[in-house]
Design a protein around this ligand. Structure first.
Ligand code: AHG
Ligand code: MN
Ligand code: MN
Length: 333
């Protein structure tokens, strides 16, 4: 008998560590696992079928051609619509909140915020993409209809968060506030198996991840940092290495394991950067912190930012502790 722990076994074993209603959170995590397996299957056959290309077009069979981010969104919404744990969802793909159908919107205790498909520009070129999710307790009374207040919660209120990386293998990485664990999908048995227990990100590293094409528009502190990382200095192991895929989940995951800093700064055109607070900033910051790293806007901890709008954007500097602090030194000069 092989010695492995499946996601299902892990969730049952660790239930006592979960905050709040244990059985419900366990079922939610199981549902996320199921939806991820469906997306993983679709991602893996994407090159073979008609799901590449623009949403809105029609294929030769006259069927709607669906883009993977629409499939991802619909799959997660459908999965959460069955369980009864969730009252409302906010998705990067939908303008407003999505209250669940039937009695679930009134009775569900949990709130989901998600980026169902992260790294859209990489879908059609067979490069890693991801899903990002956050789980909160609702703030409105159980028995009433959920409102926007349920999804506009700061990261310091999170119950759990994580991401799925559809890479060379499919991996589910999450935290319930007690460290970070990663599960790799074993396609031969169709199960997520614990592959990286209690991940701790290195305090130091030499990878910096930023879209340097926008450098002309960066704040002076970031420009100066980018000059510094390229200088030669043996004592600080410089020059650093530049790595940027353009899928935040993939860039983040590499840096989490190897040590690195991910930056999406404000630019002249986008004073709050590009990435979304609810769907990308908060959940990834939670994982970064739970793994011993840092995540900041440059002026404050991302998990303490109070959201006021569903699609609000936030500048992000996150990753290995000492590397984030170095960027802040330049920003604060
Ligand atoms: P999404 O595909 O969900 O819209 O997110 C794309 C994001 C993120 O994954 C990535 O880090 C960033 O956009 C890349 O943006 P640039 O192309 O501006 O570098
Ligand atoms: Mn995204
Ligand atoms: Mn997306």
């Amino acid at each position: 008998m092989e010695n492995f722990t499946t996601l299902g076994q892990f969730v049952i074993e660790k239930q006592q560590d979960f905050p709040y209603a244990k059985g419900e959170l366990s079922r939610l995590l199981r549902d996320i696992g199921i939806a991820s397996k469906i997306i993983s299957r679709e991602v893996n056959k994407a090159g073979l079928t008609n799901i590449l290309g623009d949403h809105g077009s029609v294929n030769v069979q006259d069927e709607d051609v669906k883009k993977l981010d629409i499939i991802g969104n619909e799959t997660f919404i459908a999965t959460f619509s069955k369980g009864g744990e969730v009252c409302v969802i906010a998705s990067e793909e939908n303008e407003g909140i999505i209250p669940l159908k039937g009695t679930f919107s009134k009775n569900g205790k949990y709130v989901i915020c998600m980026d169902p498909l992260d790294g859209s520009s990489n879908i059609d070129v067979n490069v890693s993409i991801g899903t990002i999710f956050s789980i909160y307790k609702r703030v409105t009374e159980v028995g009433t209809e959920p409102t926007e207040a349920d999804v506009l919660q700061a990261g310091n209120k999170l119950v759990a968060a994580g991401y799925v990386l559809y890479g060379t293998s499919t991996m589910l990485v999450f935290s319930t506030g007690n460290g970070v664990n990663a599960f790799t999908l074993d396609p031969s048995i169709g199960e997520f198996c614990l592959s990286h227990a209690n991940i701790k990100s290195p305090d130091n590293g030499k990878i910096y991840s930023i879209n340097e094409g926008n450098a002309a528009e960066f704040p002076q502190g970031i420009k100066d940092y980018l000059t510094w990382v390229k200088e030669e200095d043996k004592t600080t192991d410089r020059p650093y290495t530049s790595r940027y895929i353009g899928s935040m989940v993939a860039d983040f995951h590499r840096n989490l394991l190897k040590g690195g800093v991910f930056i999406y700064p404000p630019t002249a055109k986008s004073p709050n950067g590009k990435l979304r607070l609810l769907f990308e900033g908060i959940p990834m910051s939670y994982i970064a912190e739970q793994a011993g790293g840092l995540a900041t806007t440059s002026t404050m901890r991302i998990l303490d930012v109070e959201p006021t709008k569903i699609h609000q954007r936030v500048p992000i500097i996150m990753g290995s502790k000492n590397m984030v602090n170095k960027v802040l030194e330049f920003m604060n000069k």
